[in-house]
Design a protein around this ligand. Structure first.
Ligand code: HEC
Ligand code: HEC
Ligand code: HEC
Ligand code: HEC
Ligand code: HEC
Ligand code: HEC
Length: 503
């Protein structure tokens, strides 16, 4: 017994097990850390192992040591093998106790040093795109894929979803912990519902990089379309979009970014979860406090409903709700493939059949791959047998292009498709601006929320070939619908007919 260099209490199977566990995991941490440093491996699973699982075992091991000692103390007290004294009992004049204290203090300092580096690394790791985007592979695949094809591909997920500061870090980690739990136990809803409830206010995320006082002026944008006819006729529309913006204290605030103008607040009450049906809104001039209320004249809210609701203050997300996860409709995605030439526009009726094949609901990726190929082949075999014979490889590469368009935008595992996530910019496939600017929202004194086509953009050119038209005035061209639908486009929103597939 004399050889014992530590207090007698430390010699019990539980404490030994704890110490063994702690030492082994520590060694493992060092090895995994060295391997991940040297091999440049950036697998998200190494991160989880290194910064989450192994440290948890290390701490568990360390906790077990005093627990074992406490059990041993109770045991010895019970059988009267120890003098009656409180636990823990530390006597620095006792060599064994000195050793134990030395190990404890030294170990704690080492542990704090190592874990402060570890915590810092864990913090960075849990904030990294690799953690957010690829760890829960199936769950986040749609968002991650769309994100990589977006203008924000180099902005970290957390710049929008967490933002700076400790408070939101903790909040997001709490909901993140729930997400990890629901991923493991398959409890998450498919698709993930939006709007995201605990998204940080845009002032603290988007506005870190894009601030409202910045004046954007106009933005020229070309919208490419291909028709559903036999020659896939192209129909580009070139527009000047009046983005505007500005700080009223040193420039005129105007244009579309008027809504986020620092001089006004716009509030609204949606009727549905997805904020697509907006019957009520209020604008307030901050300087004077004067406000105006607009209501949907066909379907207004009752005084009771208004009293019950909490209005939402409009910010960036109310228009830019898909800045980095824009799941494109088949109509749009196929137009893109035709535009860049991956889909050969000389193939007769390819737009029509490609959109049809892409839009069908498939249960899995494999099913989609096989059926897209099958549908397109079958179509040409039956409708264009000669063409099918002579252009086999052209059709094969068209099939690949349609499959890619599908895989980048539709995710059967998560049931994610364009129709589930409305885009609030514009008004082509979704209501977007027309949730308020449809010409049916009026104030009590009869002012109507602006519905004039030219107040948001002007058309500089439209159409192609013989039907191409170019504007030679600042007022732009009147819109011309490529196929004759009489005046329907004036009375009905584009989105009523154009839902992302053939209208
Ligand atoms: C430019 C800002 C931005 C970046 C960067 C970003 N997101 Fe998002 N994310 C958003 C917005 C805005 C929404 C939708 C909010 C809404 O409609 O309520 C969203 C929604 C989501 C949703 C909900 C489901 C859905 O598809 O709408 C998930 C999950 C998500 N993001 C994960 C990620 C991941 C993972 C990354 C990094 C790979 C990432 N986000 C990067 C802004 C961003
Ligand atoms: C960390 C910085 C950062 C944050 C945060 C950020 N963005 Fe961006 N954003 C960029 C960069 C960089 C670009 C690409 C360069 C450019 O086009 O100006 C961009 C581009 C854009 C564009 C133009 C896209 C296009 O098609 O040209 C829009 C719109 C936009 N961001 C909106 C948002 C919104 C809304 C949020 C908040 C949800 C946000 N951004 C958050 C950095 C950021
Ligand atoms: C009323 C809807 C609306 C709101 C609110 C809004 N935007 Fe925009 N924003 C637009 C439209 C429309 C465009 C024009 C581009 C387009 O059509 O895609 C645009 C363009 C932009 C661009 C690209 C400018 C350029 O010329 O490259 C950025 C960046 C941007 N917005 C950021 C923001 C940020 C940040 C906020 C919040 C502070 C915000 N927007 C609020 C509708 C809005
Ligand atoms: C409240 C503002 C507003 C009004 C009013 C408005 N638009 Fe637009 N429109 C937009 C915005 C913003 C976009 C750009 C969307 C984008 O960047 O994807 C757009 C896009 C378009 C496009 C291109 C769509 C596409 O995807 O190819 C056409 C064409 C168009 N508008 C025609 C019209 C016509 C015709 C009217 C009048 C009946 C009208 N707009 C009224 C805001 C408006
Ligand atoms: C929540 C309702 C709402 C939504 C959504 C909305 N707006 Fe507005 N917008 C308003 C109200 C209210 C006004 C002020 C009344 C007016 O001037 O007609 C306004 C004013 C405007 C103005 C005139 C600003 C000025 O110079 O006086 C433009 C341009 C505009 N909106 C464009 C857009 C575009 C483009 C979108 C879609 C991307 C959009 N709005 C979405 C409510 C909305
Ligand atoms: C009453 C229904 C209806 C309305 C409203 C409508 N369209 Fe169309 N649109 C059609 C039909 C039908 C076609 C022809 C599709 C085909 O070739 O089979 C079409 C074709 C088009 C095309 C040719 C390319 C394509 O995608 O088919 C464009 C571009 C277009 N419409 C733009 C618009 C715009 C912008 C608006 C709103 C200002 C609008 N349409 C409103 C029914 C409509």
């Amino acid at each position: 017994m004399d050889k014992m260099k530590l207090p007698r209490l430390a010699y019990n199977w539980l404490s030994t097990l704890g110490a063994l566990l702690a030492v082994l995991t520590f060694i493992l941490i060092v090895i995994v850390f060295a391997v991940s440093m040297l091999s440049d491996l950036s697998s998200p699973y190494i991160g989880i192992l290194l910064y989450m699982i192994l440290p948890a075992f290390l701490i568990l091991g360390l906790l077990i040591i005093p627990i074992g000692m406490y059990r041993q103390w109770r045991h010895l007290q019970k059988y009267g093998e120890l003098p009656v004294q409180k636990w823990p009992h530390v006597d620095l004049n006792n060599k064994k106790h000195r050793n134990a204290t030395f190990i404890f203090v030294g170990g704690t300092i080492l542990f704090i040093l190592v874990s402060s580096v570890g915590t810092y690394q864990a913090y960075h790791y849990s904030e990294s795109v690799s953690f957010c985007g690829t760890t829960c592979h199936v769950l986040m695949e749609p968002e991650y894929t769309a994100y990589q094809n977006s203008p924000h591909a180099r902005v970290a997920c957390t710049s929008c979803h967490v933002g700076p500061g400790a408070g939101w870090y903790t909040r997001s980690k709490l909901s993140g912990a729930y997400q990890v739990y629901s991923t493991i136990f398959h409890k998450y809803p498919k698709p993930i519902p939006t709007p995201v409830r605990n998204l940080r206010p845009a002032q603290q995320t988007c506005e870190q990089c894009h601030w409202p006082a910045k004046f954007y002026g106009g933005q020229q944008k070309q919208f490419y379309h291909f028709m559903y006819d036999s020659s896939n006729t192209s129909w580009p529309i070139n527009m000047l979009i009046k983005t505007g913006g500005g700080d009223p204290s040193f420039s005129q605030a105007e244009g579309i970014h008027w809504h986020i103008n620092i001089g006004y607040t716009v509030e609204y009450i949606p009727r549905d979860e997805k904020r697509q049906d907006i019957p009520w809104m209020k604008i307030t001039e901050k300087k004077t406090g004067v406000s105006t209320i607009f209501q949907d004249v066909n379907d207004p809210l009752s005084a009771e409903e208004i009293a019950k609701a909490t209005p939402r203050t409009m910010d960036c997300i109310d228009c830019h709700n898909r800045p980095s996860h824009n799941y494109r409709s088949p109509d749009y995605a196929i137009d893109q493939q035709l535009l860049i030439g991956r889909l050969n526009g000389k193939i007769p009726e390819i737009k029509k059949i490609a959109v049809e094949a892409m839009a069908k609901e498939y249960g899995s990726k494999d099913e989609a791959r096989t059926n897209i190929a099958g549908t397109i082949k079958e179509f040409y075999k039956t409708s264009y047998p000669d063409y099918f014979q002579s252009h086999n490889s052209t059709i094969d590469s068209a099939i690949t292009a349609v499959q890619d368009a599908f895989f980048n935008n539709i995710f059967p595992d998560m049931k994610v498709r364009w129709s589930f996530y409305p885009v609030n910019i514009g008004h082509f496939t979704n209501k977007g601006c027309m949730r308020c600017h449809d010409g049916n929202h009026a104030s009590e004194d009869g002012k109507i929320v602006n519905n004039n086509c030219n107040s948001c953009h002007i058309i500089m050119s439209q159409g192609s070939g013989e039907r191409a038209r170019f504007s030679n005035s600042a007022a732009g061209l009147e819109f011309e619908h490529p196929v004759d639908i009489a005046d329907a486009w004036k009375e009905t929103g584009c989105y009523e007919c154009h839902s992302g597939v053939q209208p």
